[in-house]
Design a protein around this ligand. Structure first.
Ligand code: ZN
Length: 371
């Protein structure tokens, strides 16, 4: 069934990996590897130097040794597309195809180092429970993370059946829409099924991830998309929360209505990571106002002629938005500062080593590269 001439663009829709998101773009990226007889594959799970990958011939266990260098940003992760050796034991992943998007988080508060959580994601579904009071600041955090990854965010308000009347619900949706300019907001109830079809339609093409705080209803949403009935949902939750009774959990699943869902434990509780541009997109109206500030480097604190403060004054901009923006900017700056400190530390160590080797000339050349 499989042949090495799969790189022909016309073959993409009938490609065995099409349900996993294979398209003409990946086909083109993969063409040089197809020439070498390598197999295209998508990573469905990663576990200590091994990866489960889905190939045109089915799922196989692969070794990531060839593509796992020291840079944590280049580590193989769920959602990656790759070129796989056609045979051998273990089967080796030769190389990763360039990522279209990537979700990254800082691994700990002590060492601000990025960790790849998911690659090649198109839709970032931000789950927000209506069972609790809306935390708009938290939604903004997730939006920033989503924009930064390159994926398109979508806010899903879960447990909509807990809001007693339709008017109340539409106010909540409006609140979130104001917080998330240009982002689709859907109210969903897995209890009544309301809105699930709208969500399923959005995710029916491309790859999606579920983000959100614990208790936001991510597992229930995932199960609703998988089409599991209520009884199964209960049983699954007791087993692994991924919709299967298996011992090896796949973190990437093809949805019955089309599209792919990535649901990894690591995507729970993600934080901001160097998401300056993401923050800018969440607060685009502040950026627009800032263009009218008298000073180009206006900090919108107490500067004369500040258009942002003027907007707060006349009520066009909510003070909460400005506060939230400041908070995210500060948090982001702290993370960036930590990363810079780490990089400087590494460069310094490098220098010391070179001096010890008595290669001062190399060190001098390297000095020119320090920012
Ligand atoms: Zn200003």
């Amino acid at each position: 069934m499989f042949s090495t001439s799969l790189h022909q663009a016309s073959a993409t829709s009938s490609h065995p990996l099409a349900p996993y998101g294979w398209d003409a773009g990946w086909d083109a990226e993969f063409a040089p590897y197809a020439e070498q007889g390598l197999l295209p594959c998508r990573v469905v799970r990663v576990d200590r130097g091994q990866a489960d990958v889905v190939t045109p011939d089915g799922t196989v266990r692969a070794d990531t040794a060839l593509v796992t260098p020291h840079d944590p940003m280049r580590v193989v992760c769920t959602g990656d597309w790759a070129a796989l050796e056609p045979e051998g034991s273990p089967r080796l992943i030769r190389t990763l195809l360039p990522r279209r998007t990537a979700f990254v988080r800082s691994t700990s508060s002590k060492r601000s180092e990025g960790q790849i959580l998911a690659a090649n994601v198109d839709h970032a579904i931000i789950a927000v429970s209506l069972a609790a009071e809306l935390d708009l600041g938290r939604i903004e955090r997730f939006l920033a993370l989503a924009w930064e990854s390159g994926a398109t965010p979508l806010v899903v308000l879960t447990k909509a059946d807990l809001v007693p009347d339709a008017t109340g619900l539409s106010y909540l949706v409006e609140d979130v829409e104001t917080t998330a300019p240009g982002v689709q907001v859907i109210a969903v109830s897995s209890e009544t099924g309301d809105g699930v079809d709208v969500l399923a339609a959005v995710v029916s093409s491309g790859t999606s991830v579920l983000l959100g705080a614990s208790g936001a209803g991510k597992s229930t949403l995932a199960n609703a998309l998988h089409g599991a009935d209520a009884m199964e949902v209960q049983a699954i939750r007791d087993v692994d929360g991924k919709g299967r009774h298996t011992t090896t959990t796949r973190n990437l699943l093809v949805l019955p209505g089309g599209g792919v869902l990535i649901d990894t434990p690591g995507l729970r509780g993600v934080g901001l990571w160097d998401s300056e541009s993401g923050v800018g997109q969440v607060f685009s109206e502040i950026g627009e106002l800032a263009r009218d500030c008298r000073f180009h480097d206006c900090g919108h604190v107490s500067e004369p002629g500040c258009a942002v403060l003027a907007a707060v004054e006349d009520g066009t901009l909510h003070e909460r938005r400005l506060d939230s923006w400041r908070k995210l900017i500060r948090e982001n700056e702290r993370i960036v500062a930590k990363t810079d400190a780490r990089l400087r530390g590494e460069i310094r160590r490098d220098w010391k080593q070179k001096h010890a080797e008595g290669r001062a000339n190399h060190a001098a050349k390297r000095g020119g590269r320090i920012r």
